[in-house]
Design a protein around this ligand. Structure first.
Ligand SMILES: CC(C)(COP(=O)(O)OP(=O)(O)OC[C@H]1O[C@@H](n2cnc3c(N)ncnc32)[C@H](O)[C@@H]1OP(=O)(O)O)[C@@H](O)C(=O)NCCC(=O)NCCS
Length: 297
């Protein structure tokens, strides 16, 4: 996590533990390249396997693929990558990852990650000092409740609809129900889940949004306002990291308003890409993906 944080990617110290619990130890693996003579860590890659449950699409995702700058171009990365995907359990599986713009075409050419949805993930951030929570409006038709106030199975059903059918039964609980997560669920007048969102504290004194899904812009706005209000020491952080699909204009509108005309800073895009089948997430209802290491939405 240290190398990843130094490189500027958003993650949390607890993510490794969340992944391990969320995928299950048998379905999550971290490979580290170590210099034998110095014991120095040179690079890493992690892999997670979302299993098929009741006909859901199975997916092997790979992320946090990184080698220290001074050791690049010596074949370390390729060795890590090949080793982690060559697990006999994953033979014939659909693989996915979020490629950086520099690497995306290379993954397609060398490893067959050549199926792309029609959107990319924005890697944006807002200065906490630019945030004005009062700029967000509340939709009176929506009630916002805590993670423990809802039927978890209903949340899974909602999650499946948004992020392309993948079952994250264990994963969501590990990700949302944690001391350093601020998760809230939006329900309508009939008690139906119409959105949910989470902010987690992360490295480099930042907080990150995701997953953040909602049926409409006004529901998203209500949820975001309530989540931000629930973080007592909000102003003590430096940056708010957000990962909206680039085609969701409602998300753009909310985040621009949140920082009250100040700038949403872009650090480029990630390209979701797959080997066999595109996982068709509903980008119109995604305001920030879960995280870009091992999740496609
Ligand atoms: C991507 C990265 C991990 C590769 O590590 P590395 O040790 O330099 O990799 P290698 O020495 O094996 O690379 C040899 C070549 O294969 C490419 N390559 C490496 N892994 C590859 C893969 N999985 N698929 C296709 N091409 C790959 C490299 O880009 C390099 O190409 P070049 O000769 O055109 O420059 C490294 O460049 C890095 O840390 N980059 C910054 C972080 C990053 O962007 N990670 C990718 C996130 S999606």
């Amino acid at each position: 996590m240290k190398i990843i944080a130094e490189f500027g990617w958003f993650c949390a110290e607890e993510d490794s533990d969340r992944f391990s619990k969320g995928f299950g130890e048998e379905n999550f693996n971290t490979l580290i390249a170590v210099d034998k003579s110095t014991n120095k860590i040179l690079g890493s890659v992690v892999i997670g396997f979302f299993e098929k449950i009741d006909n859901s699409p199975a997916l092997v995702t790979l992320g946090f693929y990184i080698v220290l700058p001074e050791f690049r171009g010596k074949g370390i990365g390729t060795k890590l990558f090949k080793e982690v995907i060559n697990d006999p359990r994953f033979k014939n599986a659909n693989f996915g990852l979020n490629g950086t713009s520099y690497m995306s075409k290379k993954y397609a050419k060398e490893f067959g990650y050549d199926k792309f949805p029609n959107w990319q993930i924005c890697k944006n951030k807002i200065k906490i000092s630019d945030i004005d929570i009062n700029a967000l409006q509340i939709n009176p038709e929506v009630t916002v409740v805590g993670f423990n106030d809802i039927d978890y199975q209903k949340l899974i059903e909602y999650d499946i609809k948004i992020q392309g059918g993948i079952r994250r039964d264990k994963f969501l609980k590990a990700f949302l129900d944690a001391k350093t997560s601020f998760a809230k669920i939006a329900v309508d007048k009939n008690g139906k889940i119409v959105g949910f969102g989470n902010i987690r504290t992360g490295v480099n004194n930042q907080i990150g949004l995701g997953p953040f899904y909602a049926d409409s812009q006004s529901i998203a706005e209500t949820l975001l306002k309530k989540i931000l209000e629930s973080i007592e020491n909000l102003k003590s952080y430096d940056y708010f990291r957000i990962f909206p699909p680039n085609i969701n204009q409602n998300a753009d509108e909310i985040f621009n308003r949140l920082c009250n005309g100040k700038t949403v800073v872009s650090s480029g895009f990630s390209f979701p890409q797959f080997t066999k089948e595109i996982i068709r997430a509903d980008a119109s209802r995604i305001y920030s993906i879960t995280e870009y290491g091992l999740n496609v939405a």
